[in-house]
Design a protein around this ligand. Structure first.
Ligand code: BV8
Length: 249
């Protein structure tokens, strides 16, 4: 990685008033959470598109919950990495910093991020399929599979947005308005394939924002990015932070 690319990214961030970060599964990869796609990305032998759907849950709620229980077990055993920590620290460094994540693992919140929009929900939240009540459930493993609502006995489902389901309107509206109002968008660890999240960087660019992509591989967004830093988020984000601190501790 050429250091002048880091310096250019640091310069864009330093002069920005409103910085938005959009993250995907890649930012949790160095914590040990498998990504969805790519060489190590297979969740066991299943594909997210086949299991993270309402049809799959209707057909076999036990299998879908076994998959989530397995993922919860992995996530419960890992910690946020320096990439998560840097983004949490940047909430204090950049006044208008906002974080939008596609991830459901909760690692940004555990790292201390508070100005956070979880587009696709959270793996530690469950929702009653009868009255839509949302509650936290941190049992690892789950007490029963599939879990049932203690109030009414109906099936509980993960409070997660599945393929073919709409995102919560207010969360999505906020994500689009933040993207349309930022000066710089960091796009970190996402294959930029899943919509509507994948359209957020284009919204930002159309509104004049500079796009900085951080990813070890190229994505459909790479050609559109103003700066594409090829590498791991857990290494690149702290490196940029060190440059920023050198200039203004
Ligand atoms: C919807 C919860 C309206 C599940 C998830 C427009 C065009 C095309 C398709 C569509 C479209 N509009 C809607 C669709 C259909 C669909 C979709 O986008 N399909 C894709 C597959 C083509 N979208 C939807 O269904 C959405 N709903 O639009 O509602 C509607 C309603 C009815 C009918 C139609 C439309 C809902 C999408 C949400 C689905 N739920 N998650 C769960 O987690 O259990 S999405 C799932 O994919 C995860 O949330 C994940 O975050 C997300 C995106 O994946 P990534 O995060 O990018 O992860 P991935 O593994 O792909 O990539 C990781 C990247 O990290 C790689 O690039 C890798 O190189 C990089 N990396 C690896 N290591 C590192 C790293 N980077 C940095 N550092 C490292 N160390």
């Amino acid at each position: 990685m050429l250091s002048n690319e880091f310096a250019s990214a640091a310069a864009l961030l330093r002069d920005a008033e409103r910085v938005v970060a959009l993250t995907g599964a890649g930012i949790s990869a160095e914590s040990g959470v498998p990504t969805f796609r790519g060489e190590h990305g297979l969740w066991r032998q299943f594909r997210a598109e086949d299991l993270a759907t309402p049809d799959a849950f209707a057909r076999d709620p036990k299998l879908v919950w076994e998959w989530y229980d397995w993922r919860r077990g992995i996530i419960a055993g890992v910690s946020p990495n320096p990439g998560h920590a840097t983004l949490a620290a940047w909430e204090k460094r950049f006044p208008g910093f906002e974080l939008i994540t596609q991830n459901v693992d909760g690692l940004h919140a555990r790292a201390g991020s508070t100005r956070l929009a979880e587009l696709h929900g959270n793996i530690w939240k469950v929702r009653c399929t009868k009255d839509e009540t949302v509650s936290e459930d941190h049992f690892v493993p789950l007490k029963t599979i599939p879990p049932r609502c203690p109030q009414c006995g109906a099936l509980l489902r993960p409070h997660i947005v599945w393929f073919g389901e709409s995102l919560e309107p207010d969360v999505l509206d906020r994500a689009f308005s933040l993207s349309g109002a930022c000066d710089v968008m960091l796009v970190i660890g996402t294959s930029a394939l899943v919509h509507p999240a994948a359209s957020l960087p284009y919204r930002a660019a159309a509104s004049g924002a500079k796009i900085i992509e951080i990813n070890p591989t190229t994505t459909p967004l790479t050609a559109e990015a103003d700066i594409a830093l090829q590498g791991k988020a857990g290494e690149i984000l702290p490196a940029i932070d060190r440059l920023l601190r050198k200039e203004s501790p």
